[in-house]
Design a protein around this ligand. Sequence first.
Ligand SMILES: [Zn+2]
Length: 231
Amino acid sequence: MRVTTAFKRLLDLSGVTVTDVEFQPSKVVVTLKLRRRQLCCPECSFSTKARYDFRPVHSTWRHLDLGRWRLEVRASLRRISCPVHGVRTEGVPFARAGSHFTRDFENLVGWLATTMDKTAIRRLLRVDWDSVGRIIERVMATELDPRRLEGLFSIGVDEVSWRKGHSYLTLVSNHATGKFVWGKEGKDSARSTASSTSSARSAQKRSRRSRWTWAPPSRARRGPKVTPPKR
Ligand SMILES: [Zn+2]
């Protein structure tokens, strides 16, 4: 089996062909080529066969590590002229718009963010602090289930504080599923939550069985102090 074929199977990225694999002192660089001829806007569904020009430099993305090796994929991309977003580098099927990480890598960060703190993620995956925050924002923007507020009748509200009470985070959870469905920086949760989660509020109006319950503040697993809101 050729090394490019082996890496195509290992990476398991859709819509690409592996054309070259290079072992460098600190990382493995895999060169890809998009299989599709159609150019797609990274921001919307516009696509065309007409290319604007070629991007003069390679685009690179960090992929999931290969053992102790840091894995980087790169590709030479074209540019597209979108009637809405103007001239942009074409979108790729394996990474989100504007990201230097593959979708698989970002999804891993997003999942880890639900189970460990940001410092641990940063050290485990060897990414900087700001990148972790931006990745989580992108994952939230695209992967959050838009139906999570449907059938929401019984909720719990928690306020998490850190930095000695100077920063607060208000979290709303669905008692039926035990999952958080909404969150926002700041406190005064009862009022802000009621005004902001319009879907939850409309769901409450639709059913007489609906009830707003106050969940007893639970101490977060990783230690941030949880305090109940002031009435
Ligand atoms: Zn567009």
